[in-house]
Design a protein around this ligand. Structure first.
Ligand code: AHR
Length: 519
């Protein structure tokens, strides 16, 4: 007779609020790369296109997850992009030196802002600090935000946009720290340049919030903060854990779980640098590109550049393979978002890279769209998590992942990743929502729930579970393996026990409709 494993006891104190989480943790990113824009969100010839040429099926799917903010137009693309060529009626195509293809310039600033307004998302523009200048960046702010003063606001009006676009969020540069970027800078040059760009942009519109490309690197960040810290509201970092740029061999489930042990590494370094320089409560972190999987673009901007278009263009279609995006991607994404919530005091934004096509949460082609496994993580989190991150601790019997051949770590990995939030339910009562991820590829794990300091006499409990038949389940056209299933409501009592299925992302809602949790 197998001895029943004791459940992991979880305690929650809804009165101990760790932070209010920003809705921008569920942000998205769109770049002029492969089919994210053309053939992704924008396809005037498509039967799905609306009056503005936007794919209505894509727009609807993004609306369903309440996308709060979109970063655009890059990414590496922006470091050779001149925004003035992408507005007005005489747009000329140009050769994009970042991704080495022709950019038609049909989708520019006006189209991007219109897209965001239609979606109900904040536009977040990343400026060109590669081949661009502080003046070009500040001209972009003039074009978007001045009512009519000066040349560029008048150009916007002539282009048919009488009212300012009111773009509040801006970033200076993309990854200009790296030799892969068009126009990369030395750490000693970056801070002074960012300061000059920030001054000019804020002289145009002092109400904008500014970020700048940063790194979990003391030398780069200390120089940035030394010269420009007083002008910044954010600093931007990026994270990709499965390095597929050159070789497209996506890591399997077990290896991806090892990657979850490295989620906080870079963030802790950046938090430390902000703390050491006294900027912790003045500058927030924007993780404004993140994805488990690096995008596949071999020979595009490595030292061994390929001159053969078939190599560096054709290969990018491999990002479209929907079987790549399994429960591993969903479990990883949930662990990353849980981490951002736990650091909600310092992390104010995170943008999944990207939203559509490439490694996106949505795949779109001429026949329609596919909602990949990661899409449903955003669906769960935006529908059921509360705004306040509250204290949660495991009180023993924390299950560990069994070691596999992939395991190169020396420390044991917990099988569960847990986050508790508090918020308001549909009837105005308070509710607790627990994001409970079971990383274990094979075993269920039971948890018993105890809400500290409160008797939950009349609580109801509902479990929303994202899962597929196995750890490698994925969605594709005519194949909907990964879905959200609900169970409940059940009567909740302190000590209530739930079994979490292997490789699953769960949100457990505990609702006290009669009385507020703090009544
Ligand atoms: O692979 C895509 C690239 O990843 C983005 O353009 C860049 O910002 C990051 O290096």
């Amino acid at each position: 007779m197998l001895k029943k494993k004791r459940s992991c006891s979880i305690h929650i104190n809804p009165l101990r609020i760790l932070a209010e989480r920003s809705p921008f943790l569920y942000g998205q990113f769109l770049e002029h790369f492969h089919r994210q824009i053309y053939g992704g969100i924008f396809d005037p010839q498509s039967p799905f296109a609306d009056e503005d040429g936007f794919r209505s099926d894509v727009l609807d799917a993004l609306r369903e997850i309440g996308v709060p903010i979109i970063r655009w137009p890059g990414g590496c693309f922006v470091s050779a992009y001149h925004w003035k060529t992408g507005v007005g009626n005489n747009r000329m195509p140009y050769f994009d030196k970042a991704w080495r293809v022709e950019e038609p310039n049909w989708f520019g600033t006006d189209e991007f802002v219109k897209y965001c307004r239609k979606l109900g998302a904040e536009p977040y523009i990343c400026t060109n600090a590669g081949t661009g200048t502080p003046e070009e960046m500040s001209d972009w702010v003039e074009y978007c935000n001045l009512k009519h003063e000066g040349l560029f606001a008048k150009q916007r009006i002539l282009n048919g946009y009488q009212e300012p676009h009111a773009v509040k969020y801006w970033s200076i540069g993309n990854e200009n720290w790296g030799p892969h970027e068009m126009g990369s800078w030395l750490s000693t040059q970056w801070g002074p340049m960012v300061r000059e760009a920030a001054k000019m942009m804020q002289h145009v519109d002092p109400s904008i919030e500014l970020s700048a490309a940063a790194l979990p690197d003391p030398d780069w960040n200390l120089n940035l903060l030394k010269y420009a810290g007083d002008y910044l509201d954010w600093i931007s970092i990026h994270g990709y854990w499965d390095p597929l740029w050159q070789e497209n061999h996506p890591a399997g489930y077990e290896k991806v779980m090892l990657y979850t042990s490295r989620l906080e590494t870079d963030l802790l370094k950046v938090e430390g640098l902000l703390s050491a320089t006294g900027y912790t409560d003045r500058i927030r972190i924007a993780y404004d590109e993140w994805n488990l999987r690096g995008w596949h673009h071999p020979g595009i901007h490595t030292l061994k550049q390929s001159a053969d278009r078939a190599v560096y263009i054709g290969a990018q279609d491999k990002n479209d393979d929907n079987s790549t995006y399994t429960m591993a991607d969903a479990v990883f994404a949930a662990c990353f978002l849980n981490m951002c919530h736990r650091h909600a005091r310092t992390v104010g934004m995170a943008n999944f890279a990207p939203a559509v096509n490439a490694r996106g949460i949505i795949y779109a082609d001429k026949e329609g769209i596919v909602k990949r496994s990661t899409y449903y993580v955003f669906w769960l989190y935006t529908h059921y998590l509360g705004e306040q991150v509250v204290d949660l601790w495991e009180n023993g019997n924390v299950p560990l992942l069994e070691r596999t051949s992939e395991d190169t770590l020396n420390n044991d990995l917990p099988a569960l990743d847990l986050l508790a939030t508090a918020g308001v339910n549909g009837t105005g009562g308070r509710k607790i929502s627990i994001a409970a991820v079971n990383k274990d590829p094979e075993h269920e794990h039971a948890v018993s729930l105890s809400i500290d300091g409160q008797e939950m006499k009349a609580g109801h409990l509902i479990v929303h579970t994202l899962n597929g038949p196995d750890k490698d389940s994925y969605n594709d056209r005519g194949r909907e393996e990964v879905r959200v299933k609900d169970e409940g409501p059940f009567c909740f009592r302190d000590g209530y026990e739930i079994s979490l299925k292997p490789h699953s992302v769960n949100i457990i809602e505990i609702v006290s409709p009669e009385r507020g949790l703090n009544a």
